[in-house]
Design a protein around this ligand. Structure first.
Ligand code: ADP
Ligand code: ZN
Ligand code: ZN
Length: 749
C-alpha cells in the first residue's frame, strides 16, 4: 500500500494555523486518522511529545520522505470542540473548493489579546409615564433621537447601551445629555447581568396559534426522538415565525442545549434583538460587523465555555463553537448574503445542515419567499414544509397596480414616472404620508429591450439576457454567444430598442422637477459608504424628515415605516433582465418584499410596479403575493435549462495579470473537463461545459477574469471535477494567476 501522510496542526491557536506539519501515518493507524482527530506526535529537535490535530490527509509527501516523522498515537477521547471545527473546515474545503488554511480561518476565531470587555447598560430614572411624557416633549421640539431613547426606556427600564447606540442610532453626546438632564443613568459593569429589564406591566403575553404550536411541537418531538430534521417555515413577514424560533429555543435551553440564529445583518432590527434579549436575557450574544476581532473571539470563548446559550448574527455566527448545539435557525434563508463571497464560497444554509448533522441538531429555515433550492427540497421531501398564512394584527396586504410602460410611451409619456405613480405621489404629499421609490440597480448588466413591445434580447442557448458591450455587440455571459446590436426590434420593428440607463440620482432630479416642494432622501451605495450613514438615512426617514425616499434594494429590508403608504417600483425590468438564471427569482423576491413595505401601520398601502413586461410571471405572481404560482412556473424553467436546484453548477474563475495566460489556462481547464466527461458515458449523462468566456466584469484591479461553467445533476461529480482541476492547476498557479471555484453561484461572473 502507498504511504499516507497527515497534515497536523500542533496547538490549535490561530497563530499556528498557517503552518501545519506533515507526519507519516503508520499503517496500523491508517483507519483511525482523518481530519479532526487528535494525535500525539514527536515535535521539534528533542522530539517532545505534543498533541496536535489532523487537518488533512494525502498520499503525497511534501518533503523528502525520510525527513518525515511518524504519528505516535491517536488520542481518541470524546470529540472535542476543536475536532468538530476542523471537521467542518475540512468539509468546507472539499465541498466548496479552497485551501485548508482558508477553510480553517473561516471556522476558527482569530485569537487576539483580550481586553477587558466593558459592558454598559442604561437604566431609566423616571417612571414609564414620566418617560413617555418627556418623549412627547422632545418629539415636539424635534429632538427625535432623544424621543426614541425615552420611548424605548419606557418599555424596558434597563437596556444594553450598545443596542441603543447602534440599533436606535443615537449619538453618545445625546446619551450624555439625557444623563445630565436626569432621565437615565449609564453604568459600566465588567460582567453583564440581565441587560434588559422590562418596566412592570409592559410585557405582552402571547398565546401561540395552532400553526405555531404545531411546528414547535414537531421540531422538539423529532429532536427528542433522535431524528432531528430540516424544517422550512414559509410565511409572510408578520406571520409569527420569530415567535416559533423563540419557542423552540426556549425549550432547547431548558434541555441544556444551545442555539445559533442567523439573520442577515441588514434585517436585524432593534425590535427583533430586543425580543431575544427580553426572552433570554444575558444568555444571548449578538455578533455583527461592528464588533472587533477581539470582541468576536471573546464571544466564541464564552460560547465554548457555556456562558451563553444563544448567538444571533450573520453567516459567520454559524461557526460558534457551542458544546451541545440543539438548533440552528436560518431566518430569511433566501437572502444572497448567506453565500460567502471569498473562498471557501460556502452557503450558510447547506453548511448549517452539515453542522447540525454533526451535533444531532435541528435546522429551522424561515422565509416569506423561500429560495427555489429550499422549496424544491421541501417538495422532494428532504425538508418538512410548514405554511404560515395568517398575519398577526391588523395590517393588511397592500393593493398592487401594474403599470405597462409600453402604454405610457404610446401616450407620449417619456418621464420615469407613469401617470398613475405621479398621481398617487401627489396625493401622498397632500396627505402628509410617505412614499418609497425603489430602483433595483445591483447587478445591472446593460440588457437591451424594446420600449414599444417589451421584447428582450436573449441568448438562444442559455435563455438569459444578453448584455450590451461598448463595441456594439450583445454578449451572453454564460456561453459567450454574441450578436451585433441592431437598430430595430426584431419582433415589432420599432426603433425604441434601447439599453436602460437611469440611476437614483436621475430619479431625484426628476422629482425636483415634478414636486419642487417635496423633501427627498436618497439611499444607495454612494450615499451609504458606512453602516452609520445607512442607519442615519433610515432614521431620518422614520422620523418624518423626508416625504420621499429613493433607493436601491437596500431600502426594502428591515425597518418598519408606519407612515409609508405608497411604494413605487420604477423599473421592475432591471432585475428581471439580469444576465443570470436567478433573475426571475430575485425579481419576485424583491417585488414581494418591496410591496410588503407599504401599509405596515394602520393606514392601507398601495404599490405601483412599472414594467415593460407586465405579463411576466414574476411580476404577475408578485403582484398577487402568490409564491406557489411563481414557484411552479420558475421550476419548469430550471428543469428545461438544467439550472439549480434541478442540476448543480460549478463556476471556475481564472484571474490573471496577463490576459492571454488567463484565457489559455481557462481553455485548458475546459478541455480537461470535456475530455473527462467524454470518457465516462454514464448512460449518455454528461456534465455540460459552458464557456470559457471573459467574465462580465472582464477586469478588476488589473486582473483579467475568465470563467467556465460546468453543470451536472450530481453534486459529487462536480466535486470530483473541481479536485481534478485543482490538481492540474496547482503547478500553473502563481502570484497573479489563480483559479477559484464557486458551486451554485449566486451571480454571473
Ligand atoms: P415574523 O417573524 O414571521 O415576521 P413575528 O414572529 O415577528 O413574525 O410576529 C409578528 C408580530 O406578531 C410580532 O409583534 C409578534 O409578537 C406578534 N405575534 C406573533 N405570534 C403571535 C401570537 N400567537 N399571538 C399574539 N401576537 C403574536
Ligand atoms: Zn418591439
Ligand atoms: Zn448563452
Amino acid at each position: 500500500m502507498a504511504e499516507r501522510y497527515a497534515d497536523i496542526i500542533v496547538d490549535i491557536s490561530h497563530e499556528k494555523v498557517d503552518r501545519p506539519f506533515q507526519y507519516r501515518i503508520p499503517p496500523e493507524l491508517s483507519a483511525a486518522v482523518y481530519p479532526g482527530v487528535r494525535v500525539h506526535v514527536p515535535f521539534g529537535i528533542g522530539n517532545r511529545d505534543k498533541v496536535g490535530y489532523v487537518v488533512d490527509v494525502s498520499d503525497r509527501a511534501a518533503y523528502p520522505a525520510e525527513k518525515i516523522k511518524d504519528i505516535a498515537a491517536v488520542d481518541d477521547k470524546a470529540v472535542s470542540v476543536q475536532s468538530r471545527q476542523i471537521r467542518i473546515a475540512y468539509w468546507l474545503k472539499r465541498q466548496y473548493g479552497s485551501t485548508m488554511i482558508a477553510a480553517l480561518k473561516t471556522v476558527l476565531p482569530v485569537k487576539q489579546k483580550l481586553r477587558q470587555l466593558e459592558q454598559k447598560k442604561v437604566t431609566a430614572c423616571l417612571t414609564a409615564e414620566e418617560l413617555l411624557e418627556a418623549a412627547r416633549e422632545c418629539g415636539e421640539r424635534r429632538q427625535t433621537a432623544k424621543a426614541r431613547v425615552l420611548c424605548a426606556l419606557s418599555e424596558d427600564g434597563t437596556l444594553p447601551y450598545e443596542l441603543i447606540r447602534r440599533k436606535l442610532n443615537v449619538a453618545p453626546a445625546t446619551m450624555q445629555a439625557l444623563e445630565k438632564q436626569g432621565f437615565l443613568r449609564i453604568e459600566t459593569e465588567s460582567i453583564y447581568r440581565n441587560p434588559v429589564k422590562p418596566m412592570a406591566g409592559t410585557e405582552k403575553k402571547i398565546v401561540l396559534s395552532e400553526a405555531q404550536r404545531t411546528v414547535i411541537e414537531d421540531v422538539l418531538r423529532d429532536y427528542r426522538a433522535g431524528k432531528p430534521q430540516t424544517y422550512l417555515l414559509h410565511g409572510v413577514t408578520g406571520s409569527g415565525k420569530t415567535e416559533v424560533y423563540l419557542g423552540i429555543i426556549e425549550q432547547m435551553i431548558a434541555m441544556g442545549k444551545q442555539a445559533i440564529v442567523l439573520i442577515p445583518e441588514i434585517a436585524l432590527t432593534y425590535q427583533t434583538l430586543l425580543r431575544f434579549y427580553r426572552r433570554f436575557g444575558d444568555r444571548v450574544s449578538v455578533m455583527n460587523s461592528t464588533l472587533s476581532q477581539g470582541e468576536k473571539y471573546d464571544q466564541m470563548r464564552r460560547a465554548a465555555a457555556g456562558d451563553i446559550d444563544v448567538i444571533i448574527g450573520p453567516r459567520s455566527a454559524l461557526f460558534t463553537p457551542f458544546p451541545a448545539l440543539g438548533v440552528i435557525v436560518v431566518d430569511e434563508e433566501h437572502e444572497g448574503s448567506y453565500k460567502s463571497e471569498s473562498a471557501p464560497k460556502y452557503h450558510a444554509r447547506e453548511t448549517a445542515i452539515q453542522i447540525a448533522s454533526m451535533h444531532g441538531a435541528a435546522v429551522v429555515l424561515g422565509s416569506a419567499t423561500p429560495s427555489m433550492e429550499a422549496y424544491w427540497r421541501a417538495q422532494q421531501g428532504e425538508y418538512r414544509l410548514y405554511e404560515m398564512r395568517a398575519r398577526h394584527g391588523s395590517s393588511r396586504l397592500p393593493d398592487v397596480h401594474i403599470v405597462d410602460l409600453r402604454e405610457e410611451l404610446r401616450h407620449g409619456n417619456r418621464s420615469v414616472f407613469s401617470g398613475m405613480l405621479r398621481e398617487l405621489m401627489k396625493r401622498r404629499l397632500a396627505a402628509g404620508e410617505q412614499t418609497m421609490l425603489f430602483l433595483n440597480r445591483r447587478g445591472y448588466a446593460g440588457f437591451v429591450s424594446c420600449r414599444a413591445c417589451g421584447h428582450v434580447m436573449k441568448c438562444p442557448h442559455c435563455d438569459v439576457s444578453l448584455s450590451e458591450h461598448g463595441n456594439g455587440m450583445l454578449v451572453c455571459h454564460y456561453c459567450g454567444y454574441e450578436e451585433r446590436r441592431r437598430a430595430n426590434c426584431p419582433v415589432c420593428g420599432s426603433k425604441y430598442l434601447l439599453g436602460f440607463k437611469a440611476g437614483t440620482e436621475q430619479i431625484v432630479e426628476a422629482l425636483r422637477g415634478e414636486f419642487p416642494e417635496a423633501r427627498v432622501l436618497r439611499m444607495d451605495a454612494d450615499t451609504t459608504r458606512t453602516r452609520e450613514s445607512y442607519e442615519k438615512i433610515l432614521a431620518a426617514f422614520a422620523d418624518g424628515r423626508a416625504d420621499i425616499l429613493v433607493g436601491t434594494q437596500m431600502i426594502v429590508k428591515g425597518h418598519d415605516f408606519p407612515n409609508v403608504t405608497l411604494v413605487g417600483i420604477l423599473a421592475a425590468d432591471l432585475s428581471l433582465n439580469r444576465s443570470d438564471y436567478r433573475a426571475s427569482e430575485r425579481t419576485f423576491q424583491l417585488l414581494t418584499q418591496a410591496a410588503g413595505r407599504a401599509g405596515r401601520g394602520d393606514k392601507p398601502g398601495e404599490v405601483v410596479i412599472q414594467t415593460y413586461q407586465p405579463e411576466h410571471y414574476s411580476i404577475v405572481h408578485a403582484a398577487m403575493q402568490d409564491y406557489q404560482g411563481f414557484y411552479e412556473e420558475e421550476i419548469l424553467y430550471r428543469e428545461l435549462m438544467q439550472y439549480p436546484p434541478i442540476a448543480h453548477m460549478l463556476a471556475v474563475l481564472v484571474t490573471s495579470a496577463d490576459d492571454a495566460a488567463g484565457a489559455a489556462l481557462c481553455a485548458q481547464l475546459a478541455a480537461l473537463v470535456k475530455d473527462r466527461t467524454d470518457e465516462d458515458g454514464r448512460g449518455g449523462q454528461k456534465s455540460q461545459v459552458i464557456g470559457p468566456v471573459p467574465a462580465s466584469i472582464a477586469k478588476i484591479n488589473d486582473l483579467y477574469r475568465h470563467v467556465l461553467y460546468v453543470k451536472d445533476a450530481d453534486y459529487e461529480r462536480l466535486v470530483e471535477i473541481k479536485d481534478m482541476l485543482e490538481l492540474y492547476s496547482r503547478e500553473k498557479e502563481r502570484k497573479n494567476l489563480t483559479v477559484q471555484y464557486d458551486f451554485d453561484p449566486m451571480n454571473t461572473y
